[in-house]
Design a protein around this ligand. Structure first.
Ligand code: NAD
Length: 364
């Protein structure tokens, strides 16, 4: 049966990079038997301008119907003066919570061709391939009670609550185990079980779920050590799974190990494997409209979509091979440019990936 993909270009460079990723999807549809239908809708600032809300009802309705969503990016200086409830970012947060996207998958991959882009020594990061699985809809970012209250002496006190139910921990652990099964077979669960009772429970549940997956090697690490190890010897990790806040911080740290924000995709999945796929970078207003944005993070988001929501692992491999091919050919957008490489713009990069896909000998 044909799968439904909703395309949400968003703001800034969003439409430019998504355009290239859609070319890749269309190539897979027309030449590799991918059975998909594509719909497009507005989100973010573009949706506010057209419909007065960053997540219009019509967009949400299409999102609920979709098997997968491809999002560019939202936001920009134009919408910063708006009231918080209608800012572009609300479109994203709304989609995550309305669709129950609790598992955020953030790979940090450093292609050997780009090892120079990292601020770390090439031998520490070259060939890096980590997957961080971050819990996205619970923990301290959502826990109640929260707020700022005034004490009797007139001093103000801010408070938030770190709270996880066993069922929330179980489902994110299962996602991590399943992903590790498709990769290196190792999961490192990151917590602060020595200080926080909530993450003591996290560790207990991790161990329990780990028993159901004897083929996976499960380890545990305190978050402070995990931060150190990510910078010291990041290649020791395969899959890391952690809470919303720890994952927020560690995944940005891991992303920066690669030094190339324009290369990193992400996925946010619900309980049934339906998901939203997007580059980790923002709408880059500083380069929007210039045709120089790197579309590879968005194209690699398509590869994740194929693997995790469309059950097309082989096509995902093809897309990733095509991206490696264009890097091998020395093509670089300005953000990843190095001496001796060939500088190309957004569209030429997208075209090169499409050509590499069509020339892949595995092509039927
Ligand atoms: P950003 O990621 O948009 O840009 C940071 C820097 O990286 C900029 O110099 C930008 O030019 C560069 N960059 C980002 N993506 C690139 C690409 N594909 N190719 C080449 N260079 C790229 O972060 P920011 O500047 O902090 O935020 C800009 C806007 O994006 C803000 O409105 C912010 O709220 C929004 N934002 C949106 C998302 C999202 O939609 N998921 C995420 C982060 C920020």
């Amino acid at each position: 049966m044909s799968k439904n993909i909703l395309i949400l270009p968003g703001d800034g460079i969003g439409p430019e990079i998504v355009h290239e990723a859609v070319k890749v999807l269309a190539t897979l549809r027309d030449h590799h038997g991918l059975d998909v239908e594509l719909d497009e809708a507005l989100v973010g600032g573009a949706a506010y301008d057209a419909a007065g809300h960053p997540l219009p009802e019509a967009t949400l309705a299409l999102a609920r119907e979709a098997d997968a969503i491809l999002l560019g990016a939202v936001g920009g200086p134009k919408w910063e003066p708006l009231e918080i409830s209608v800012r572009p970012e609300k479109g994203l947060l709304g989609l995550r919570s309305e669709l129950g996207l609790f598992a955020n998958l953030r790979p940090a991959i450093l292609y050997p061709q780009l090892a120079d882009a990292s601020t770390l020594k090439p031998e520490v990061v070259s060939g890096l391939d980590i997957m961080i699985v971050r819990e996205l809809t619970g923990g301290i970012y959502f826990g109640q009670p929260r707020g700022v209250r005034e004490l009797e002496n007139g001093e103000r006190e801010g408070f938030n609550t770190l709270v996880y139910r066993e069922s929330e921990i179980e489902r994110i652990m299962k996602v991590a185990m399943e992903i590790a099964g498709k990769r290196g077979g190792r999961v490192c669960s990151v917590d602060k079980a020595n200080v926080l009772e909530c993450t003591e429970l996290w560790r207990e549940v991790a161990i329990r779920i780990g028993r159901d997956h004897p083929e996976i090697e499960l380890s545990h690490m305190y978050v402070d050590n995990a931060a150190m190890q990510l910078v010291r010897a990041p290649k020791q990790f395969d899959v890391m799974v952690t809470t919303n806040m720890f994952g927020d911080i560690l995944s940005d740290c891991a992303a920066m190990l690669t030094g190339s924000i324009g290369m990193l995709p992400s996925a946010s999945l619900d309980e049934n494997g339906r998901g939203m796929y997007e580059p980790i970078h923002g709408s880059a207003p500083d380069i929007a409209g210039q045709g120089v944005a790197n579309p590879l993070a968005t194209i690699l988001s398509v590869a994740m979509m194929l693997r995790y929501s469309l059950n097309e692992g082989e096509l995902a491999d093809r897309v990733e091979r095509a991206v490696e091919q264009v890097l091998d050919d020395g093509l670089r957008t300005p953000d990843i440019l190095s001496p001796g490489a060939t500088e190309v713009g957004t569209e030429a990069m997208g075209d090169a990936v499409v050509t590499a896909l069509l020339q892949d000998p595995g092509h039927h």
